[in-house]
Design a protein around this ligand. Structure first.
Ligand code: ZN
Length: 288
């Protein structure tokens, strides 16, 4: 272990030969993500990518819920947890400039970087993955969900189009993406599978073992073949305009933030947080 591989908010595990597992370890706050957690995930992925003994990486989470999204009270700054990764700069600039730079670094920047890492990644999801929580799901290659998993992005209540890594239409198809965003409702694991967003739905108590078996099966393949297959699929999406679409939506996202800054002197509509918390509670009450 070096200073860069000591983690406080995640765990880095090797549950089987050639398989690394990164676990979000803040169940007490439903794995709400702050900048420290995101930098730790990024460093852990780096460790896995640079270790030639690792062929597949699993991302999972402790507790009943995968991730409740951004930690809304996170006041830390880019640079507090090591040097910035994406080379954007201007993180402390006033106005919309610093806000946009921060999100270019830790949200859209990290997501795109993780999506393009060369080794296969599998995410195992239980309980809720809300808004920013989806940004720890969608960048990865395969999704295994337990039967209780729910995926939602209710941030229209904040006056923005959706979370920063805007791949909703690619993940769900354009009609379901619009319904999910317009209503704020969650997509169940089974719906996700029917839409092609989820690879497998398994009972909650089989999630970890099923995902590990899938990782071990993939790890038997030659690593260069895996890398080339991943590149080929990603490049197929890129050829359809995925990268440009994400960045076009990111511009709209910051129009929403800037509008809220003018209207409310805050980055989002302040009436959004209680609405989203209420919706999350109601979804929990009405959905299995
Ligand atoms: Zn944002």
């Amino acid at each position: 272990m070096t200073a860069t591989t000591v983690f406080e908010q995640i765990r880095y595990e090797q549950p089987a030969p050639a398989v690394a597992r990164i676990m979000l370890a803040r169940a007490d706050v439903r794995n709400a993500q702050d900048k420290q957690m995101l930098y730790e995930i990024d460093r852990a992925l780096n460790v896995a990518m640079h270790d030639d003994g690792v062929k597949v990486v699993i991302i999972g989470a402790d507790g009943p819920h995968f991730s409740s999204g951004h930690h809304l009270k996170d006041r830390s700054q880019v640079g507090d947890f090591g040097p910035p990764i994406m080379g954007v700069g201007g993180y402390r600039r006033p106005g919309q400039e610093g806000h946009m730079a921060m999100e270019q670094e830790v949200f859209i920047g990290f997501c795109w970087r993780w999506r393009n890492m060369p080794k296969p990644t599998i995410v195992q999801v239980q309980g809720k993955a809300i808004a920013g929580g989806l940004m720890l799901v969608w960048p990865f290659d395969l999704i295994v969900a337990s039967e209780d998993a729910q995926f939602s992005d209710p941030v229209i209540a904040f006056g923005v189009n959706g979370h920063e890594y805007f791949v909703h239409a690619w993940e769900l198809g354009h009609r379901k993406a619009k319904e999910m965003l317009f209503t704020g409702d969650a997509i169940s694991a089974q719906e996700g599978k029917e839409l092609g967003m989820v690879n497998h739905v398994v009972p909650r108590d089989e999630l970890e073992a099923f995902t590990l078996d899938l990782a071990k099966k993939i790890a038997k393949q030659p690593p260069f073949g895996l890398k080339l297959a991943k590149l080929a699929v990603n490049q197929s999406l890129d050829a359809q305009g995925m990268y440009n679409a994400i960045h076009s939506a990111f511009g709209l996202h910051h129009l929403g933030h800037a509008n809220a800054r003018i209207l409310y002197e805050a980055g989002v509509d302040p009436s959004g947080a209680p609405k989203i918390r209420k919706e999350a509670r109601e979804q929990a009450a009405t959905r299995p």
